[in-house]
Design a binder for this molecule. Structure first.
Ligand SMILES: [Mg+2]
Length: 371
């Protein structure tokens, strides 16, 4: 029996898009700070100020040309990039969350079937999209254009009939590209890919495969299912599935983040109630904007406070599902007012988060069911 007949049957009826923002954090900073044009931008604390510590969150394409990338020690960037080009930018995650929320808002124009993998990466199932009569590729083009026009950022897309292929496609397209893998093109495309392009094949396994003469997707198929299973166990099984373009995993829109929040550390500590108040207001607005961007409502508000002596508390309050910043702010203020000793001691950390999140759509549907 042929290997393909032993594997699960592919489902060609689905329409899946994988979106990946290009060098996301770095692109946001370059957009907002024109002085970064023509610089090699590295998002990390400057290791020359931290005594050599720190890890790179991401780097723009110019920096990547020098071999610098995410998860590398920031000190490496100093060695690899000429000083006159190199700029370190401290990450501003609150901002990236905000922009990610805006991107999600645009995605929701197409579908609510969205699985977010990271701030800059998501799968969408557009088999039944909100914009009828458009192909998945047309929807991806539309979204790419909207992101560029409205947010001035570039993104890459892969379009196919499953998540694995959609992701292979967006990676292939990078930056600012689109790849559509139609069923009749998939096998040829996969056969030509180097093994390092396939997900789940670590460095060590790559070495082992290379020693066995397995360099491409085609070589994986030729190696054969029984040998893959024998030599690589479960990961061999996935190699076989992927080499044939098979992935039946659904886009899991319900895999939402359970909470969403903002916090800040103060050094020196703060004693001024008006300052604490101003931060709570700011946090409320940031959290609310992100919820709205993601089409979510919160059922609980959580305040976190730490004093000068590191005594930390969290206080929760249930609410009617909402994304109203005023509700968050008033509640947070009340919760803080009940703990006067923290301001007296001095506040070292203040945080506000929204929890028990749910899809606005679900909320609408379940209200409907109650009537
Ligand atoms: Mg990305």
């Amino acid at each position: 029996m042929a290997d393909i007949d032993l594997l699960p049957r592919n489902d060609f009826s689905r329409r899946i898009i994988h979106l990946d923002m290009d060098a996301f954090y770095a692109s946001v900073e370059m957009r907002d700070r024109p002085e970064l044009a023509n610089k090699a931008v590295v998002i990390a604390q400057d290791p020359r100020k931290t005594g050599g510590h720190g890890v790179i969150a991401t780097a723009n394409y110019r920096a990547r040309k020098y071999g610098v990338g995410s998860a590398m020690a920031a000190a490496q960037a100093v060695k690899l990039i000429p000083a006159e080009e190199l700029v370190f930018v401290e990450p501003d995650f609150a901002k990236y969350h905000r922009v990610s929320g805006q991107v999600h808002g645009l995605m929701h124009e197409l579908t609510d079937q969205i699985e977010s993998v990271a701030l800059d990466e998501a799968y969408m199932d557009v088999t039944r999209s909100k914009i009828p009569g458009k192909s998945a590729l047309e929807l991806a083009s539309y979204l790419q254009e909207q992101i560029f026009r409205q947010l001035h950022l570039t993104s890459s897309f892969g379009v196919s009939y499953n998540k694995f292929l959609a992701k292979m496609g967006s990676e292939y397209a990078k930056p600012f590209g689109r790849t559509y893998l139609a069923p009749d093109r998939v096998q040829d495309f996969l056969d030509r890919q180097e093994i390092k392009r396939f997900p789940g094949i670590g460095k060590k396994t790559q070495e082992r495969l290379k020693e066995a003469g397995v360099l491409t997707g085609r070589d994986i198929r030729n190696y054969g299912l029984s040998r893959l299973l024998k030599d690589y166990k479960k990961s061999g099984y996935y190699m076989a599935l992927h080499a044939y373009g098979i992935d039946l995993s659904p886009v899991q829109a319900s895999r939402q983040r359970k909470s969403l929040g903002k916090e800040r550390t103060f050094e020196p500590v703060i004693y001024d109630p008006d300052r604490a108040d101003a931060y709570l207001k700011d946090f409320s607005q940031t959290v609310a904007a992100e919820l709205k961007g993601r089409n979510l409502l919160a059922r609980v508000v959580v305040l976190k406070v730490r004093d000068r002596n590191f005594k930390t508390i969290t206080r929760r309050q249930q609410i009617q599902p909402t994304s109203d910043p005023e509700v968050f702010y008033q509640l947070a203020k009340e919760l803080l007012a009940r703990e006067p000793e923290f301001l007296a001691e001095g506040i070292r950390l203040l945080g506000l988060s929204a929890g028990e999140l749910e899809e606005k759509h679900y909320q609408e549907i379940s209200l409907f069911a109650d009537e």
